[in-house]
Design a binder for this molecule. Structure first.
Ligand code: FRU
Length: 494
């Protein structure tokens, strides 16, 4: 077995990160210092800064023995890399430091709770990986693994729960000072479940029960859970593997799911009321939220799709990026998302048009770019409605990605078939949006390698990675039938 150490990973980062220039990275989305990134971990505000960690394999652009990469920021947009924080270097985690979360302890120390993967011999002598929960404590830079790891293992679980799929603790502190965490698992029917645990000190944990489960309806394994109050409701967010498409809400493969309900602290039961998708785009998974000092609930996720890994361009020197951090709120029983307001400080060179009549494909002076914050409101002419409205962006002579809206069916289509990918994985997604008499508002956040589309003030969001050459920076508008548009565009200067 190869051994992985922090020293080795840090030496590697220091040597190879300088080979990736700023222009080769996203402008304001976090990418790994070197190599591979998947889930965001340990998202928190600690000692005056936001910290984010991430599933990290520094040595290649592919998933491998998991480390925790680390970065800090004061505005959630400019990230400073810190040295890799965890390596799979102890008996409890030598096959990977999988996803987890962080809290600040009352004495000011920073605690990370993560899944340690161990390999053991099964009864048939074959190797199997088992997953347990581990702790590391530090000062925001250096972390020491707790010698009593793992702090929660399969031994602590009832018989019907899985020892092999038991991962991604999300920890938080209750007002009485005690701690809770939720962890992904699978029940006897083979499908996902979220377990609740409690602890007086983060080191000694008690199993409290199952909060909710898939019953084979919403995918197999439920991973990367989160559980938090939001505007009078309780949200259980889960990331589900291997789903079959369900109506217009969930697509095949891995989905991020938002379950709204209420929690009874006496019985420790969660009562599900509503279930919806978190993001309707092509690349979005492994959500994690944190509470900002000003009370905002902020969510971030991996802007990637496990089924689209073959799409990574050979020449790219890193792989994987995180979404823009998003403020969450509930309105009329709906989850709303908005890019963190800090992005307004990056806005420059405003260009605006009002009440423009659009018919054939039109470009507008000053409306172009690949690092852009563009808001567009489309409405029908008073006496006739358009049947299709389309925006093309990241557009050059051979490339574009489009969003199309059809008011008759209220369908919104995202299509990146012409974005420059030469691989045959899925490039299209559609979702149903709220019909507001043919009016729709779209906010498009473009970065060098991605687009995030916020529909109707964040009622829905569609995220996608783009590998289109940077020279393709055109934006056009087209309507079948007359449409009236307002456009406001800012160049983003990170
Ligand atoms: C989700 C996930 C997590 C796990 C991690 C491993 O994308 O499968 O459940 O902790 O990735 O890298």
């Amino acid at each position: 077995m190869q051994t992985y150490t922090l020293e080795k990973a840090r030496a590697y980062e220091t040597k190879y990160a300088p080979f990736i220039s700023r222009d080769e990275r996203p402008g304001y989305h976090l990418s790994p210092m070197v190599g591979w990134m998947n889930d965001p971990n340990g998202f928190c505000f600690h000692n005056g800064k936001y910290h984010i960690f991430y599933q990290y394999h520094p040595y290649s652009n592919h998933w491998g023995p998991m480390h925790w990469g680390h970065a800090v920021s004061t505005d959630l947009l400019h990230w400073q890399y810190l040295p890799v924080a965890l390596a799979p270097d102890s008996p409890a985690d030598c096959f990977g430091c999988f996803s987890g979360s962080a809290v600040t302890l009352p004495d000011g120390r920073h605690l990370l709770m993560y899944t340690g993967v161990q390999r053991v011999k099964a009864l048939n002598e074959l190797d199997v990986d088992i997953q347990n929960q581990c702790i590391a404590i530090g000062d925001g830079l250096e972390y020491e693994k707790y010698p009593g790891n793992p702090v929660i293992s399969g031994e602590d679980l009832p018989e019907n729960l899985s020892r092999r799929d038991f991962r991604d603790p999300k920890i938080w502190q209750e007002p009485d000072g005690s701690y809770r965490c939720v962890i992904g698992n699978r029940t006897e029917d083979g499908s996902g479940a979220i377990l609740l645990f409690s602890s007086p000190d983060c080191l000694h944990w008690k199993y409290e029960g199952i909060l909710d489960r898939s019953y084979n309806e919403y995918g197999r394994m439920w991973e990367c859970p989160d559980f938090f109050p939001l505007d009078g409701k309780q949200v259980l967010m889960v990331n589900s593997q291997d789903m079959s498409a369900l109506g217009n809400e969930f697509h095949n493969g891995n989905n991020s799911i938002c379950i709204l309900g209420h929690f009874d602290p006496q019985t420790k039961e969660f009562h599900r009321e509503q279930i919806c998708s978190v993001d309707y785009g092509l690349d979005f998974y492994a959500t994690q939220t944190t509470l900002a000092p000003d009370g905002r609930r902020i969510m971030i996720a991996w802007m990637q799709n496990w089924d689209a890994l073959g799409g990574q361009p050979q020449e790219q020197k890193w792989f994987g990026q995180l979404t823009i951090p998003r403020e969450l709120r509930l309105q009329d029983g709906k989850l709303l998302q908005a890019p963190v307001r800090e992005i307004e400080a990056l806005r420059d060179r405003k260009v605006a048009y009002t009440n423009l009549r659009i018919r054939e494909e039109t470009t507008l002076r000053g409306i172009y770019g690949r690092m852009v914050d563009l808001t567009i409101t489309v409405r029908p002419m008073s006496d006739s409605s358009y049947s299709l409205f389309r925006i093309k962006f990241a557009m050059g002579s051979q490339h574009y990605t489009s969003i199309s809206y059809r008011p008759q069916t209220s369908e919104l289509h995202l299509n990146r078939s012409h974005s420059g990918s030469n691989r045959d994985y899925n490039h299209r997604r559609k979702c149903l949006v709220r019909n507001r008499n043919g009016e729709i508002k779209l906010r498009l956040l473009l970065d060098r390698f991605s687009a995030e589309i916020f529909v109707n003030d964040g009622e829905q969001v569609l995220s996608t990675v783009l590998y289109t050459p940077q020279t393709a920076d055109g934006i056009s508008f087209l309507s079948d039938g007359d449409a009236i548009i307002n456009v406001e565009k800012y160049t983003l200067i990170p």
